[in-house]
Design a protein around this ligand. Structure first.
Ligand code: 4AD
Ligand code: MG
Length: 428
């Protein structure tokens, strides 16, 4: 039986497999929070229905014991789900003893050590359900927009985002890296298929221990031929709007569980302001930030300040060429800056998109590769794209976990992926 939407079964008797997430009872009536896979439901057991012996057996079952329960789905508007289950029968499948995560508060390190169990909790369940929706909405959006999904390799010989944060590995006798970004490969795909995107894991050996950094994170990377930077910003804006609207309409229950302020999410839709890097620097300086100069990258406090000056995501454009990767195209109207943008989410969630128009001139790109002291051998194929019918093209990368973090209002990226890889965490 498909039990994904129990609300459609009001008035019917169903049998579901479930785990006991929480319980409370008195002599005559017992309430359970059951996790049945697709979600949580309150279940009620009455002694008068089950009889003394069965009632006592049920009410003493321990947290995370797995059961099969039969009961009638009833309307209950005091529950967020709008329903509850009145238990008429049950069968114990496996008794759980001493489940470590009890309803009391636990420290986050303890929870992280027990991540394999922590994902069973209501809040984690809601977060990861929304992650799934954002993935699904991504596929829907790009399909509607006429993009083809293609998968770049994970083992590579190139380093699009700089050589300092690479995971090195042996590839037989060669040196290889885990992919930091699929972008360069997606550029090749765009020259064949026009509009493409990838969605896959990417790796950064970043020694950062912040609420926004994962070592392994998932990125959506669209790439578009015959597309300039401004046109790319429009796609980004439309995509992020699509994600927010989809989550608001399809994940009302999860947003309520997470106590997400939906009004501020709604306010974040529409057209996103575009401000130049140099104006962002001035804004920061005018507001007492004397730790930043033109030419510096932003830290979290800077991003948060800029974001708080707006209630929408903000595009920061025209970054100095010197602090951006080799593949970005210089703006002919503002030499020294590149045609790129970072999209900063509101409410302090930081940069969720990095994108740019790509350098499409062979000679300039070759110079850039040399200036960045990259191994030309590994980029010959990439240079070929500028030899054989080079065209204006642009693309971007959206970090899935940061986006989930912002949309769900959850402060730390480690809870937005089933098994986070962090600076000091490889287990579970
Ligand atoms: O800005 P980044 O480094 O851009 C690129 O990798 C481009 N090659 C993308 C492209 O144009 N195809 O990363 C893109 C996004 C960031 O905006 C952020 O959301 C996320 O990836 N990101 C991280 N998320 C979690 N943990 C990290 N360590 C992240 N590093 C980047
Ligand atoms: Mg970036």
């Amino acid at each position: 039986m498909n039990i994904n939407n129990l609300k459609e079964k009001i008035g019917q008797t169903v049998t579901i497999g479930a785990w006991i997430a929480n319980k409370r009872s008195s002599g005559k009536i017992a309430f359970f929070q059951l996790r049945y896979g697709a979600g949580f439901i309150q279940a009620v057991a009455l002694k008068e229905n089950l009889g003394e012996e069965r009632y006592q057996e049920l009410r003493h079952l321990t947290q995370e014991t797995s059961i099969r329960v039969t009961g009638e789905v009833k309307e209950n508007n005091r529950e967020l789900t709008g329903i509850e289950l009145e238990i008429s029968d049950f069968e114990v499948i496996s008794v759980s003893t001493d489940y470590p995560i009890t309803p009391k508060d636990h420290g986050v390190e303890f929870l992280a050590d027990n991540r394999h169990l922590w994902i069973r909790s209501k809040k984690q369940h809601a977060l990861l359900t929304i992650r799934n929706q954002i993935i699904k909405s991504t596929y829907d959006f790009f399909e509607k927009e006429g993009f083809l999904k293609l998968d770049p390799p994970i083992l590579t010989s190139s380093a699009p985002e700089g050589t300092t944060e690479l995971f090195h590995t042996k590839y037989f006798d060669e040196e290889a890296y885990l992919s930091q970004s699929g972008q360069l490969y997606m550029e090749a795909c765009a020259m064949s298929f026009g509009k493409v995107y990838s969605f896959g894991p990417t790796f950064r050996a970043e020694k950062s221990k912040t609420r926004r950094h994962l070592i392994e994170f998932w990125m959506i990377e669209p790439e578009m031929a015959f597309c300039n930077h401004d046109e790319s910003l429009e796609v980004q804006e439309k995509y992020v709007n699509y994600l927010i609207n989809d989550v608001i309409t399809k994940n009302e229950l999860q947003l309520k569980i997470l106590e997400r302020d939906i009004e501020s999410l709604k306010a974040a839709t529409g057209t996103f302001p575009r401000i130049k890097y140099k104006d962002a620097i001035n804004l920061l300086k005018e507001n007492g930030f004397d730790d930043i100069e033109y030419g510096d990258d932003f830290g979290s406090p800077h991003e948060t300040f800029i974001a708080n000056s707006y209630n929408k995501p903000v595009f920061i454009t025209h970054w100095p060429k010197a602090i951006k990767p080799f593949y970005m195209k210089e703006d002919p109207n503002e030499p020294g800056t590149v045609l790129c943008a970072d999209l900063i989410a509101p409410e302090g969630y930081g940069e969720i998109i990095g994108g740019s128009q790509r350098e499409d001139n062979y000679d300039i790109l070759l110079e850039n590769i040399k200036a960045h002291e990259l191994n030309i051998e590994a980029y010959n194929w990439y240079l070929d794209l500028r030899k054989y019918g080079s065209v204006e093209h642009s693309g971007f990368g959206l970090g899935l976990e940061r986006t989930v973090s912002w949309i769900t209002g959850n402060g730390h990226v480690r809870e937005t992926i089933p098994f986070p890889r962090l600076l000091n965490r490889l287990t579970p």
